[in-house]
Structure formats: structure tokens, C-alpha cells
Design a protein around this ligand. Structure first.
Ligand code: URA
Length: 434
């Protein structure tokens, strides 16, 4: 019989336990029959010695099956997207209703801000009344009725991940491709998806700054998700500047609403690219160009914005948010940060912009902190933009002059302005499929 102790003994000897043993271990973590000491020894061993492709799939499946698995009886494909996290990245808020407007069903289980990166749930909760901690039957009803909902994981979605994540945090074992991959996918795959697309960020505002590391993670995610039975592709996308020209919570929702209205901008471009892959995977379009046309039509007709409004109302927000969003979003007073010299924006330190937003109160320093949804940055200059001395590089939204002045130097220093324009950086570096 496989026990936690026998799995650990195999790992201790430098061998890889069988997939069945890894699967059972992960389920036992969720059931609570593996002790904290055993779970800690396991994550450290996996950090030092990879599990291999089959072991990683088994770990993911065991974590997925450690709690509830959702199933759907809906007249369309069940699709979702996951991003590895960045700054000014509220693509999920646009993509979920956009896919729903095209006939898909999107049960999006999302997260909160982590470190310098923002969280979809925190952004959504910047809209008064919106609730993201919903019971499973309510979540399922909104997805069936509206086509999409964006919620926090309930306690019984991948409980093994909840335990292992806490243990990784205090044992210095967060950074392992096997552990990151299984953690991300266990929660997503528990939602009962027909297809998934992953947005793996690279660049100054990403968790993985380096392209090789981002590529390794993307490859592991795609292989593991497909190995666990969910058709999945990944996009390597650029995070050398915020996706939206804003960083924060209410300010990002403002730019999402503008994106719905104008159909323009990097966020729209990214939502359409990720969405096109999913519509093809879900058999709602015959090709990427057909899917792109469908998505753009749903934006232009206002249908996607309307679905967003319905989702907001169903999750407890105002019933007329899609029409009257300006009335509801509270944005703190504005302080301009100006360029000291003329030239071109040559680089932007996205991590510094994210950290500045956290220190204004737009993110958490510790888990129990309350977020101030009204603070952040807007009108963030873009890479390659030509500026004159005195032009605005970003607008800080802060509750007081003092709070704004405390981040002013860091935000100014995050922009390097020089004589020549940088070479163009593509928004999408690569698409990775199996
Ligand atoms: N997001 C997760 O859900 N898990 C990780 O390990 C890293 C990012």
C-alpha cells in the first residue's frame, strides 16, 4: 500500500514515485491524512528534483480531485483563461463577457492580488455591491443564465492546493515549475472546462521576468493540462508595460469600460487573441480569423458590454452598470507625474508601478489588509511614446498629498526617457500548443 511515508522515501532516494502514488498523495493532502511535516518534505523534494511529465500530471489530477469538480449542462462550450499575473492586466474582465456574448459559458474562478501584481477579484469588487465569494449553486446559476461569472474559489475547490500553497509559502518552495503548474491547473480544471487558454506574462511587470523561464512554465502548463484531459494552449505575452494604461482597481475597471466602448487598445487586442483561440477550441468558430470577426462584432454591437453589465448585476452590483459606470466608480484625487526631459519612453519598470500601487493601498502588504479600490495610476505613458519635458508620464490617484508624494519618486524613476525610440516589442511573443 502506498503511504505518505513510502512516497517520501522514494523521493529521498532520488527516484520519482509512480503517478498513482503521487495522485494518491495529493488527494490525501486535501483529505488531511498527510501531516504538515510530510507535505513540507514533499514540496521541498519536488522543488529539488522534478517529478517528470507523468508525475506532474498525476499531482495536478490528484489536487484537482481533492475537492469538488464542477460539471455543466449548458448549451455551449465551457471555456476559461488564466494569466500568470501582471500589472494593469484586467483582460479577464473583458474576456469573460466577450466569450459569453459569442455563445460560450465561462465559470471563471479567479484570484486576488499577489505581490506587485493585481487580482481580478479585487478589481471586480471596486464596483459597489459586487460579491465574488458566492456559493457554488449561485455561481452555477449565474454562469447558466448570463454566460459568465467571476468568483473566488470556494473552500472545496482543490483543497489540496490551499494547504500546499500555505506550506510552500513558509518553506521557500513557491518557485518550482511542477508546484506552480499543478497549483494553477488544479483550480482551473476543477471547474469542468472544455478548453483553457493560458496567458503567460514575461517582462518587467511579470512574475517571470525572463523569457526562458516563462517559456518553460508555459510548456509545462500546456503539456500538463492536455495530459490531464483539458485542451489547452498558452500565449507568451509582453509585460514590459501595463496592458491597460492604468494600474489599480477602480482605475482599471474605468479603462475596461472604455475598451468595451472604443474597441481599441492593448487589452482589447489581447482579449481578442486569447478569445479567438478559445472560440476555435470550443467549436464556436471555424478558424482564428472567423473567431476574431465574431469577437469584434460582439464588441462593436455592444453585446459584450451588455453581458458584462448583466454579470455585474447578477453578482450584486448596480443593475445599470454597463450604461452608468461613471456614476459608480470611485477614483481618488489625481496628482500628475511629469517627464523631466524630452525624448521617448525607453523602458517602464512594471514591478515598481505595481509596488507603488500596493503602497498607496491598492494591494495588500499582508493577507488581512483591506484594499482601497479608488487608488492607483492612470494615463500611464506607453513604451516608445514621445514626450516633452513637463508632459504627464502617469497620474497618481491617492487619498492625500502626502501619500502621493511618497510614491512620486519611485513612479518617476520607473520611466526611462531617452533620445531614441526603443524597438517595437510585440504584445504576443509566441503561441504554444502541444
Ligand atoms: N498562482 C497559483 O495559483 N499558484 C502558484 O503556485 C503560483 C501562482
Amino acid at each position: 500500500m502506498t503511504t505518505a511515508r513510502s512516497v517520501l522515501q522514494v523521493l529521498r532516494d532520488g527516484d520519482v514515485p509512480s503517478p498513482d502514488a503521487v495522485y494518491q498523495f495529493a488527494r490525501d493532502v486535501g483529505a488531511g491524512t498527510v501531516s504538515d511535516a510530510q507535505a513540507g518534505a514533499f514540496v521541498m523534494a519536488v522543488c529539488l528534483q522534478a517529478l517528470g511529465d507523468e508525475g506532474r500530471v498525476a499531482l495536478t489530477q490528484g489536487m484537482r480531485d481533492s475537492g469538488d469538480r464542477l460539471s455543466w449542462d449548458v448549451p455551449g462550450p465551457v471555456l476559461d483563461k488564466h494569466s500568470t499575473g501582471g500589472v494593469g492586466d484586467a483582460v479577464s474582465l473583458m474576456l469573460a463577457p466577450l466569450l459569453a456574448a459569442c455563445g460560450a459559458f465561462v465559470p471563471m474562478i479567479s484570484g486576488r492580488g499577489l505581490g506587485h501584481t493585481g487580482g481580478t477579484l479585487d478589481k471586480l469588487e471596486a464596483i459597489p455591491g459586487v460579491r465574488t465569494e458566492l456559493a457554488q449553486d449561485k455561481f452555477a446559476k449565474i454562469v447558466s443564465d448570463v454566460g459568465c461569472a467571476i468568483v473566488a474559489p470556494t473552500r472545496n475547490i482543490a483543497p489540496a492546493d490551499k494547504r500546499l500553497y500555505g506550506i510552500r509559502d513558509v518553506t521557500g518552495t513557491v518557485r518550482s515549475v511542477d508546484l506552480i503548474t499543478s497549483s494553477i491547473l488544479a483550480k482551473k480544471l476543477a471547474a469542468g472546462l472544455d478548453a483553457l487558454v493560458l496567458d503567460v506574462k514575461l517582462g518587467s511587470g511579470a512574475v517571470m521576468v525572463d523569457e526562458d523561464a516563462a517559456r518553460d512554465l508555459a510548456g509545462a502548463l500546456v503539456e500538463t493540462a492536455n495530459g490531464a484531459g483539458c485542451p489547452t494552449t498558452a500565449f507568451l505575452t509582453d509585460m514590459n508595460q501595463p496592458v491597460l494604461p492604468s494600474v489599480g482597481n477602480a482605475v482599471e475597471v474605468v479603462d475596461i469600460m472604455r475598451g468595451f466602448q472604443t474597441g481599441q487598445g492593448r487589452c482589447v487586442e489581447l482579449a481578442v487573441a486569447l478569445g479567438a483561440d478559445l472560440l476555435v477550441a470550443g467549436n464556436l468558430a471555424s478558424s482564428v480569423s472567423d473567431a476574431t470577426e465574431k469577437l469584434q462584432a460582439c464588441l462593436q454591437s455592444g453585446h459584450a458590454q451588455e453581458v458584462f453589465g448583466k454579470m455585474i448585476a447578477a453578482q450584486g452590483g448596480p443593475t445599470n452598470f454597463d450604461d452608468r459606470w461613471q456614476d459608480y466608480l470611485d477614483v481618488a484625487p489625481a496628482f500628475e507625474i511629469k517627464a523631466g526631459q524630452a525624448g521617448y519612453v525607453q523602458s517602464i519598470d512594471g514591478q515598481a508601478l505595481g509596488q507603488a500601487t500596493v503602497s498607496l493601498g491598492g494591494g495588500r502588504q499582508k493577507e488581512t489588509d483591506r484594499i482601497d479600490p479608488s487608488v492607483g495610476l492612470s494615463q500611464v505613458a506607453s513604451l516608445g511614446q514621445e514626450v516633452r519635458a513637463g508632459d504627464v508620464l502617469a497620474v497618481v490617484h491617492a487619498q492625500t498629498d502626502i501619500a502621493a508624494s511618497q510614491v512620486q519618486a519611485a513612479i518617476g524613476a520607473a520611466f526611462v526617457v531617452g533620445d531614441s525610440a526603443p524597438s517595437d516589442v510585440p504584445l504576443i511573443h509566441d503561441r504554444i500548443s502541444q
